[in-house]
Design a protein around this ligand. Sequence first.
Ligand SMILES: [Zn+2]
Length: 374
Amino acid sequence: MLIHSFHISKKILILVLLFFILIAITGSFAFFYFYNSSQPDNFDDTSLPEEPIIDIEIDETPDDKNNDTKKIIKWVDFNVTADALNKTATLDITSHQNKEEIKYNWIELLAYLACKNGGNFKNFKSSDLDNLVSKLQKGNTMEDLTSSMKYYNYYLESYSAVLGGMIGDYCVEVTNSENSKTYEEKYGLKAFLPIAKNYSFSHYDDFGNSRSYGFKRVHLGNDLMGSIGTPVIAVESGVIEHLGWNQYGGWRIGIRSFDSKRYYYYAHLRKNHPYNNSLKEGMKVNAGDVIGYLGMTGYSIKENVNNINVPHLHFGMQLIFDESQVDSPNEIWIDVYQIIEFLKKNRSEVYMSNKDTKDYDRKVDFFESNLVSH
Ligand SMILES: [Zn+2]
């Protein structure tokens, strides 16, 4: 009797098991069917909602001045493509140069586009920009067009922090027909590629790659591979905040933009002669100045040691919305790969200006009239 009932329960057990297997198989088929039918191959991003749900981190910390809370941006995922940077910059610059009635602000245009594509410029379409331009031409204002865009102000503030010093007024040296030098006021791109003109380099998007020296961490910049001694150029005007040895960056120079929102980090400079001899901490530099020379120093507590395998300039950009973010676990470094691609069109030409020190200097003088006295 005991044996008999055991046989029955075993049969039931097998049946129940088969039943569940059947459920599982049909269930997964149904899931794949519905999943695939909701993700067509020709996924059209125009069907994206105007305000897609994205993860934007904003810190609310008490503001001492007025008992209010102030919002600080905690993270920026900068992925605006060189193509989008080029197109919006051209609209901005030509509308100002030609003194057109409607003057475009490239950062506003990009912030609008970011709202359209959910902060992912892989979805960038020229037609979105064309539509925006035609709306502005018809008399709409950016204020009207963006009033219902929830994240417009976030993108505007983030992108202003990244790009705020790149387009504007500047003075540049020109040689007139009598061969005398004068200065000309201009409006345009006033940021330079960090590698001097006529020097070759190569790079790829290596932001976020893993690094093992010291502790496990990710790469927070872009490596520009070139020959040792290649003159390194200040991308933007600013004040030298750090100049000296750092065990990771080797001989490095850190320059803060005048609006204090950007910290430019140039690392692994040349052994023995890393910087332009005239530079010191606290000094102002102009965009396009020669600040140092490409090398392979770093990854050593001991100073002036070449411990990097491939000569390159490590170039990084840190965003600072609040001074508490300067030196903390909450540092915001952005991917500058697309910015480097964009800046290829503005390079500073150099020459050896001092045969004794073998220092280089820029060929064409430049300054920002409102910022640096000359
Ligand atoms: Zn690097």
